[in-house]
Design a protein around this ligand. Structure first.
Ligand SMILES: [Mg+2]
Length: 260
């Protein structure tokens, strides 16, 4: 057992829950239900194309303050621009698709099969934290929907903290909450820059959960280890895995670079 680790902190989206799968399924259905009269793949591609630029714009002064509080303004703007790309500009439609997308995404959101057992195995042995980027309303809703609040001693949300990963200040806030030294902290997340490099730059240990065969960017700092299944967190810590059969890994899909 790695005696020096006292706290284990997790990312949420695409680490504990399959956010991207829920998002893709919900978006596809919301666009389909809107009967836009265009090929669903074309509508979906338009949304992805808007994402490439808009995801960076969200972090600018024009949007960021509003984004921290609620996902609604940027979600609707994203749909507005998507419809514009499809020559179907329509304010009412943008609002209704955005609302339906949010509703369906929440409905489809699920923990990865091995997440709950892993949290159960770690709870009581370590200080437990969740550090998640995103708007306050969405991330709180996700925690509620997934029923995982009770596993964590501290939940830090970008929207509530007004700062997000990879900012060292959010890792520092979690460390202070747990009351341990940086080298006693472990972070587990899927995003190389935000999660792994953010934690390592804060002096923590970090495991990179790479479920989808994303290529290691090769930049430094590097993770302490790369894993594909949450049970490997127990292996790395040197504690026994959760009892019972090991849940299978979810099917792999193509890696993408626009996940949170
Ligand atoms: Mg993530």
């Amino acid at each position: 057992m790695k005696q020096n680790i006292k706290a284990v902190c997790f990312d949420l989206d695409d680490t504990l829950c399959a956010y991207w799968d829920a998002s893709r399924k919900a978006l596809w259905q919301a666009l389909d239900e809107a009967e836009l009269g265009v090929d669903p793949q074309r509508a979906f591609d338009a949304w992805k194309s808007v994402f490439q630029t808009f995801s960076k714009e969200v972090k600018t002064d024009r949007w960021y303050e509003r984004y921290l509080v609620s996902g609604e303004p940027t979600r609707t703007e994203h749909l507005r621009r998507t419809l514009r790309l499809l020559d179907r500009e329509d304010e009412r439609l943008a609002k209704s698709i955005a609302a339906r997308y949010a509703e369906l995404r929440n409905e489809y959101l699920e923990l990865f099969p091995e997440a709950k057992q892993t949290l159960q195995q770690l709870k009581g042995r370590y200080c437990m934290c969740l550090i998640t980027n995103g708007p306050a309303d969405i991330q709180r809703q996700e925690v509620e929907t997934l029923g995982i609040k009770g596993f964590f001693d501290h939940i830090l949300i970008e929207g509530e903290m007004k700062l997000g990963k990879p900012d060292a200040a959010i890792f520092e806030a979690a460390r202070t909450g747990c009351g341990y030294e940086a080298h006693e902290m472990l972070f587990v997340g899927n995003a190389f820059e935000q999660d792994v490099q953010g934690a390592k730059n804060a002096g923590w240990h970090a495991l990179w959960l790479n479920r989808v065969d994303t290529q290691n960017p090769g930049t430094y700092p590097q993770p302490d280890a790369e894993i594909t299944h949450l049970f490997e967190v127990c292996d790395w810590l040197g504690i026994e895995r959760p009892p019972g059969p090991e849940p299978p890994l979810p099917p792999k899909h193509a890696a993408d670079n626009w996940r949170r």
